[in-house]
Design a protein around this ligand. Structure first.
Ligand code: GLC
Length: 743
């Protein structure tokens, strides 16, 4: 992937333009630029006369709004822009933000699924497609990529990220930022990206949504920060802070995060938007006595724009007049915002993104469907395939398809599909029916959710209905093979959807066991937004396919993998545990002082008495219809010194019968460090494609950057010593050797 970060102009000319606008602004107008409202009223309808909409409308006309979010379509966006540009004193254009998390109208796989492709070019293209479709409807800015490293599958928003690893997450953050932003922010097919949620949100205690985060500086620096730093290095234009409280200080009011690290050490010169209402929520945190003090804390801590709390527009003017906030602090925030409005070209032509013809030509175009289908196929992970059950034969087979999710055209769109229309995904049933050679039957078996407001609690309490079992069992009995599509509805992960249990929701587990009793030839296709604990299935079901929520072309992608027209190549970006009790469970854990049982039947070692330590499926795991053999791991030299490097080479051979892709993964262990080091850390990977019997030598460069970490000296550095290196097709690697770094 060519690393072509957008070049934010540092030119004096741009500075001069920004300053020329700033000096004409009143304090009220400056504060207005820091105020962002969500649009929900009928914008082109009658002017709202009362309530929140009327207040927002009035502020808009006074020039007290700098940005809107959740406004959809050229018509509405243009109407709002006209008010800002033509009816306010200075005519400063608005910037329109939207959660284009994995597509706008044409939906790609959820981000956790895309991450399973380990294909940076594909991920970049997917983001570029989303940007083109969103920009065509007038949107300038997406609240993505979410780069929170997540280790706890109970947390609903793991679906929105790139999994548990900082190295993979950093590569994906780069690909997504570059995909959204392209190389020219003024182009009408690119949008600003936003790295979120800064920082630590995914480490919410017990995986409970919005919960307290308390992590060490070692974890913050080595695990949580790297993908955010990668986003800055990739030229990300904006950041969004987190709802959560980090080590006692809420992110929105956290000087260390936003001023010392982000705008200081990392020299970030974009702007920070608060998350929805998080400024006012400083009061709930017990960190501000009222919304006025919250505004004072937040602006001084580096939160530049206030999303939907009105704390800034209500209090900042008086805070400046009372000397509690310096006007220069407000000016800095305003300049950061104006600069990006200039870079987007909005001052030159505020309506450049509002072209109704381009909107008609672009939204939902066939090329986008081809793109999301390709991305979906690459996101599928083959977890298990015994008895060569897969790929399925294309003719003369009786195939029973069972499960509510198999016939669901909305769930595959996932949780973050706020612009996509319901029932626009290709279902598994439709995808399978596109293959005409077999006899397909279908039975629902059991529902997953009731209606479309699924909350796990409701599902658990209400989903006991087994009345569909008999029909499903009858259908399964008649079939050669049963394809069971089970898992979570798209609304059972995402924001506000933490789960205390990560098994199959409702009565799906019972359904699976009943079907297996009458027909053991079961292919389990999982639709889910998080790793699931499915130990019984892993033990008994011969073939298991991880198909996440794959977006608009979901059913076609799944069918093409099941029939072998696409050889699955995905690898897990997040560990699948045996049970929820193991969480948080991740591959790059530290050893502890008692990693193994040192005497027969001893209990005095790091383990559970009622569960194994190992995962069900490890980070990096994924099978293929091919088979890959690793051999000949050699190093160019057994050690290197500062400024030096070594080359690790491995040979990979396709000993299978069909061509296939493999993600060759390289891990390092630093055996002794100034802090306890992980037993393994991903430090390199390469996606290769091999014909049957073809071999390829894959090289990895190892230098100080490879082994550096944030040490006990509170700085990033490489420490001398002994290292192990592992290479294989998952974090349960096959080949190992060692090297030294000699200072
Ligand atoms: C939400 C999310 C954030 C999103 C924002 C705007 O609460 O936390 O990720 O971008 O509000 O919808």
């Amino acid at each position: 992937m060519i690393n072509t970060p957008v070049q934010h102009s540092e030119s004096a000319r741009l500075e001069a333009k920004v300053d020329s606008v700033l000096k004409r602004m009143t304090l009220e107008e400056k504060v207005g630029q820091l105020n962002q409202y969500s649009g929900f009223w009928d914008i082109t309808g009658p002017t709202p006369k009362e309530g929140q909409a009327a207040k927002k409308y009035a502020d808009l006309k006074k020039g007290l709004v700098g940005s809107m979010l959740n406004v959809k379509g050229v018509k509405d966006i243009k109407a709002l822009q006209k008010i800002a540009v033509e009816q306010t004193r200075l005519g400063i254009p608005l910037i329109f933000g939207f959660d284009v998390i994995h597509g706008y109208k044409t939906i790609s796989p959820i981000p956790l699924a895309e991450s399973a492709s380990w294909d940076m070019e594909a991920i970049k293209k997917s983001s570029a497609m989303a940007a083109e479709e969103a920009a065509a409807v007038g949107i300038n800015w997406t609240f993505a990529p979410m780069v929170d490293v997540g280790r706890d599958a109970r947390w609903g928003r793991v679906m929105e990220g790139a999994g548990e690893d900082a190295f993979l997450g950093s590569k994906i953050a780069t690909a997504r930022v570059q995909g959204f932003q392209g190389v020219d922010l003024a182009a009408t097919n690119t949008i600003l990206a936003c790295a979120k949620h800064f920082a630590g949100y995914a480490f919410a205690e017990a995986g409970k949504e919005y919960n307290t985060v308390d992590v060490s500086e070692t974890v913050l620096q080595n695990i949580i920060f790297p993908p955010f730093k990668a986003a800055v290095d990739a030229g990300v234009s904006t950041f969004m802070n987190s709802f959560s409280q980090l080590n006692g200080i809420p992110a929105t009011g956290n000087n260390y995060l936003q001023r010392q690290i982000l705008k200081g050490d990392w020299k970030f010169n974009g702007f920070v938007v608060s998350d929805w209402g998080s400024i006012k929520e400083l009061v709930n945190h017990g960190f501000a006595k009222d919304s006025k003090q919250a505004a004072e804390i937040a602006i001084n801590a580096g939160s530049d724009m206030d999303m939907e709390s009105s704390a800034y527009v209500n209090h900042l003017v008086s805070l400046v007049q009372e000397g509690k906030v310096k006007e220069s602090v407000v000016d800095d925030a305003v300049k950061r915002i104006l600069k990006l409005k200039f870079e987007l070209g909005l001052f030159k032509d505020p309506y450049k993104y509002c072209d109704e013809n381009r909107e008609k030509e672009t939204v939902g175009k066939p090329e986008f469907h081809a793109e999301v289908l390709d991305m979906a196929k690459k996101s599928i992970v083959l977890l298990k395939n015994e008895k060569e059950l897969l790929p399925l034969k294309k003719t003369a087979q009786k195939i029973a398809i069972i499960g509510a999710l198999a016939n669901d055209k909305t769930s595959p769109l996932g949780n973050w599909r706020i612009a996509a229309d319901e029932n626009t995904a290709v279902s598994v049933l439709e995808g399978m029916q596109n293959y005409k050679g077999n006899q397909i039957t279908y039975a629902k078996g059991a529902d997953v959710i009731i209606g479309t407001t699924a909350f796990v609690l409701e599902t658990k309490i209400n989903m006991t209905d087994k009345s569909g079992f008999a029909e499903a069992i009858a259908v399964a009995k008649q079939a050669d093979v049963v394809v069971m599509v089970l898992g979570e509805h798209g609304l059972q992960s995402g924001e506000g959807r933490s789960r205390a249990d990560i098994g199959l929701p409702g009565v799906q587990q019972e359904l699976l066991e009943e079907i297996f009793k009458v027909n053991p030839n079961v292919v389990l296709v999982l639709n889910n937004g998080r790793p699931l604990a499915i130990p019984w299935a892993a033990e008994n079901i011969p073939a298991i396919v991880e198909a996440w929520q794959l977006g608009t072309q979901s059913g076609n992608a799944i069918a093409q993998v099941l029939y072998g027209d696409y050889n699955p190549s995905g690898k897990l970006p997040m560990t699948f545990p045996r049970s929820v009790g193991q969480l948080p469970l991740y591959y790059n854990y530290t050893s502890t002082g008692r990693p193994v049982m040192d005497e027969p039947d001893s209990v005095f070692w790091s383990h559970y008495i009622d569960e194994k330590n190992t995962p069900l499926y490890p980070f990096g795991h994924g099978l293929s219809y091919s088979k890959f053999e690793y051999s000949n791991l050699v190093l160019s030299t057994p050690s290197f010194a500062p400024g030096g490097r070594l080359l690790a080479s491995v040979t990979v051979k396709n000993v299978g019968k069909v061509s296939g892709k493999e993600v060759v993964q390289m891990y390092i262990r630093d055996l002794v460090g100034s802090t306890a080091r992980p037993v393994k850390e991903l430090k390199g990977f390469e996606l290769i494609e091999l014909e049957p019997n073809e071999s390829k030598k894959v090289d990895f460069i190892i230098d100080q950057n490879t082994i550096q970490f944030f040490t006990a000296n509170s700085k990033w550095e490489a420490e001398e010593g002994d290292f192990n290196i592992f290479v294989g097709g998952s974090s349960f690697t096959t080949l190992e050797t060692s090297f030294q770094y000699v200072n």
